[in-house]
Write a protein that binds this ligand. Structure first.
Ligand code: TRP
Ligand code: ZN
Length: 873
């Protein structure tokens, strides 16, 4: 009988104690058979000298059928150890000993996709954060680092490829058509970085020569038949390796670097030492099946996992509260890589757009937690936008405060001090402090406190004294468990823009980094010859909400002239946001929409000022409903949706000629090329197409149809499909049907087809999504399908938050059905309910009913329970 899954317990950062025993080496023998896999683990253990002698040995295990346990070669009698729930306890062990356990596991029944599991073309692992205990008994925590040797056995014809971390050291045939392979990882690693694969896979091979001249064997393993979709990921891997050498002086330490793509995967990808396992979504790409955004995301995720080899693997986390130590830092690194390889300005804009759409709502909701959480029930629920994206912002602020050179010195020192160790966020900041002399004491608030700080700015110009004074106030609203907030150290990058649009001189610089440390502080700028418009928080120098009462003409001025591209974009977003919110309020009062024509002129200037097309497209993309909803006291999703669409139509009407001309002018001049400039051209052209189709005009529908039918690449084809799927009429239906007909055998393209329907603004969206859950293309067991259809619907602001509660009830049913199969993904879906308390009483009553019935559900996972229980508050 397998032992049980754990009963939920609350884990606290303050309770951390070092492990009483360490594991020096691990030998795993994994025998894969139809009846299950038998895992024999031989662990060389020793007492941790940092801890007093006498403690029991406690191992973690989940759903393991224990066949045998022996200590130093002696089979243990049943009373010499005990298995209680998810722990195996041995009371008296020597200072050093060899423990051997044998267990059987059932990978074919593992629908959680954590541990060892079956997917279409073989068996795969996912061990972060606590999957290794689902493979064998182990001290499954990241501060226990061991050297691993792994032997896999399986039927040769069905599973010809056998992989594990490190280097291949032996392989050969065995009786009955079976074979084996042994892999040895020379590096000590925590168990969460363990990986193994047994499957039938094709491989793309390449090599990379590091700057010190070592040759690394590269390999990407994919489902047979997909080799022609691997080239981009391979190129991304080599680019990342070069970039990390050049930018951070970090060289690949491996002889073999393998990436394996799998279609069933809970998240994006996993940085297992030398054997990354990736969601197919972040490997497979070819121009006809992947969009420009997909290509760029692949670059970023390949880089992210590769960068983990230093930030995460060589230096790892002491405990899971320190998750942002590796994730925030690695996201920062992949962001910088993206900025260097694509366009820095649009990269920053997209990061902030994402932060506002996901992290800000998280920080304002029931699941708010600090970048370094201090308490959790289910650690899987803390792989969040706060730990990842806000964590990256925190690292970026450190760089802003001390400058790039000191930051690089700090990174060098961090590796010098901690290579091979499992450390904390404090260790990282201490290295930065030692390298720069900067005092980060107050800065640590960013790791400790949840919530998005608000900075209120107020400026005054004294013409006689030629002096500009800027008063900044900071505050942070209470979050669950944190009623009081200490002031943050906030880097506020400020420029002053003159009436002619140029930056005023601030004593030899045009942007000054102010350090706001007090609740209220005044900063003085001398020798300012004219009244300026302040450009605040340039390049989004801190993850805060900035409040300054800009007039519409100030915003138009900044949108046209600010030398900081981020703030040029930001001015437009503010302008659009203010107008949408005031029109939503009008609609809610039953008044008609009212748009100033000046907004058209401001937008026309952006369209025609000769900027990078990618920037223009970003600047003319309106803030999302989810982002704007955060600024409303009580969200009226219908009024918000109608007002936002009202502005789209208003801009389309005012700029119809411009959009039509631009659409024609930006037509492709040759076959598809994936580069940044071409991607920018497509982005802007497709935005024009979408604006033009705000009108119900046959000629624009025809343009979209033509583009849909004639495109030689997925970017243009999918953009046309998306446009058509959001307008009433037969064109959309036909395009959707044709698209499915053509791409039904490409799983990742089918995901796009599901998502475009789930995110649609057409009124029958819920009914359509409901019927799609019964379509052959959908599969509740596959996370990509769940995310594409169900999570996209949960993010469809207008229809998920339908007044009659139908959206809430539908998602509640789906969560209930999914939870027993895959609690991690079910919990992610449950997060769609986070903001339910921002809505009116009627909607709240519907959401509460669904959440309460979920919480009452017998057998609910601790994953979903934690989310739902916090949501109910
Ligand atoms: N460490 C992975 C990354 O960010 C995240 C990850 C992959 C993960 N798979 C997971 C986290 C499963 C939790 C559960 O690169
Ligand atoms: Zn990561």
């Amino acid at each position: 009988m397998p032992n049980t899954t754990p009963t939920p317990v609350t884990v606290r950062l303050e309770d951390y104690t070092p492990p009483p025993y360490l594991i020096d080496t691990v030998h795993l023998d994994v025998d894969i058979r139809k009846e299950g896999a038998v895992v024999t683990a031989t662990l060389k253990c020793l007492r941790n000298r940092m801890v007093p002698a006498g403690a029991s040995l406690v191992l973690d295990g989940e759903e393991l059928e224990t066949l045998a346990v022996s200590l130093d070669g002696q089979q243990l009698a049943a009373d010499a150890y005990r298995i209680a729930g998810s722990q195996l306890v041995i009371e008296h062990v020597p200072e050093q000993f060899t423990l051997q356990t044998q267990v059987r596991i059932q990978p074919d029944k593992n629908t959680q996709l954590s541990g060892f599991y079956r997917s279409k073309n073989g068996y795969f692992t996912q061990c972060e954060p606590q999957g290794f205990r689902r493979i064998t008994w182990f001290i499954d925590r990241p501060d226990v680092m061991a050297r691993y040797t792994v032997t896999l056995h399986a039927e040769k014809a069905v599973f010809p490829v056998l992989l594990a971390n490190g280097n291949p050291v032996a392989s050969g045939d065995e009786p009955d058509g079976r074979h084996f392979a042994t892999w040895e990882d020379p590096f000590k690693k925590p168990s969460y970085l363990f990986a193994m694969v047994a499957g039938k896979l094709d491989v793309l091979r390449d090599t990379y020569r590091t700057y010190s001249g070592r040759e690394v064997q590269l390999a990407i393993y994919v489902e047979p038949g997909k080799l022609d979709q691997c080239a981009h990921a391979m190129a991304a891997l080599k680019k990342s390796m070069r970039w990390d050498e050049q930018r951070f002086g970090l060289e690949c330490d491996l002889d073999h670097y393998m990436i394996v793509a799998v279609g069933d995967f809970n998240m994006g990808a996993m940085e297992n030492k030398g054997l990354n396992i990736f969601n197919t979504k972040y490997v497979l790409a070819r121009a006809d099946v992947a969009t420009d955004v997909d290509f760029e995301n692949i670059d970023r995720v390949v880089a992210h996992e590769y960068f983990h080899n230093w930030t995460g693997n060589r230096v790892t986390c002491r405990d899971w509260f320190q998750l942002s130590l590796k994730e925030g830092l690695t996201v920062f690194r992949d962001q910088e890589f993206g900025a260097d390889t694509h366009s820095r300005e649009t990269a920053r804009i997209r990061e902030v757009r994402g932060l506002r759409a996901v992290q800000f709502p998280e920080d304002a909701g029931p699941m708010a937690h600090p970048v370094r959480p201090s308490i959790y029930v289910e650690i899987n629920n803390f792989y969040t936008a706060t730990v990842y994206e806000k964590g990256a912002e925190v690292v970026r602020m450190i760089q802003t405060l001390i400058g790039w050179r000191a930051f690089r010195k700090g990174m060098d020192l961090y590796f010098e001090r901690h290579d091979g160790q499992a450390v904390t966020c404090d260790d990282f900041v201490a290295a930065m402090s030692a390298a720069s002399g900067f005092d980060f004491t107050q800065f640590m608030t960013w790791y400790r406190q949840s919530g998005t700080p608000k900075v209120t700015a107020c400026g005054a110009y004294d013409g006689a004294a030629k002096r500009y004074t800027l008063t900044l106030r900071q505050s942070c609203a209470p979050t669950p468990e944190q009623p009081e907030k200490a002031p943050y150290l906030i880097p506020v990058a400020v420029g002053l823009v003159g009436p002619d649009g140029t930056d005023l001189d601030l004593g030899g610089e045009t942007t000054r980094i102010l350090q706001l440390t007090e609740p209220e502080q005044t900063f003085v700028f001398e020798n300012i010859p004219v009244a300026p418009v302040p450009s605040l928080l340039r390049n989004f120098s801190a993850p805060v909400v900035l409040d300054y009462s800009y007039s519409e003409s100030d915003l138009a001025h900044l949108l046209a002239h600010d030398s900081d591209p981020f703030n040029r974009w930001e001015a437009g977003q503010r302008l659009f946001g203010q107008l949408i919110l005031s029109n939503a309020a009008r609609l809610a009062r039953g008044e008609p929409q009212d748009w100033p024509t000046s907004v058209i002129e401001a937008a026309r200037k952006v369209l025609n000022n000769g900027s990078d097309p990618a920037f223009i497209a970003e600047a003319l993309t309106l803030p999302s409903e989810a982002t704007l909803a955060e600024q409303m006291d009580v969200v009226d999703p219908e009024a918000l949706h109608d007002a936002r669409n009202g502005l789209l139509l208003m801009l389309a009407s005012g700029l119809e000629g411009d959009f039509a001309r631009l659409y024609a002018r930006l037509a492709p001049s040759g076959a598809y090329r994936p580069d940044t400039a071409e991607a920018a051209r497509r982005r802007l052209r497709n935005l024009c197409l979408a604006y033009l189709n705000e009108f119900d005009k046959r000629n624009y529908r025809a343009l979209a149809r033509q583009q849909f039918e004639g495109a030689d690449n997925m970017t243009d084809q999918f953009a046309a499909l998306s446009t058509l799927a959001n307008v009433v009429g037969a064109d959309g239906e036909k395009a959707l049907a044709d698209f499915y007909e053509r791409w039904q055998n490409e799983a990742l393209v089918v995901d796009k087809w599901l998502a475009v329907q789930a995110g649609s603004r057409l009124p029958d969206t819920l009914a359509r999504v409901q019927s799609l859950t019964r379509h052959a293309a959908f599969d509740l067991k596959n996370p990509n399908k769940v995310y594409a259809l169900l999570r996209t619907f949960g993010a469809n602001h207008r229809y998920f938050h339908a007044a009659d509660g139908s959206g809430y009830r539908f998602l509640g049913e789906q969560i209930t059905a999914l939870d027993p199969l895959n609690p991690q993904v079910a919990a992610r879906l449950a997060r769609c309910f986070d903001r339910w308390k921002k809505f009116d009483d009627g909607r709240q009553a519907h959401a509460r009913a669904v959440l309460e019935s979920l919480r009452r559900h017998t057998g609910l996972s601790s994953d979903v329970f934690e989310v739902v229980d916090k949501a109910l508050g």
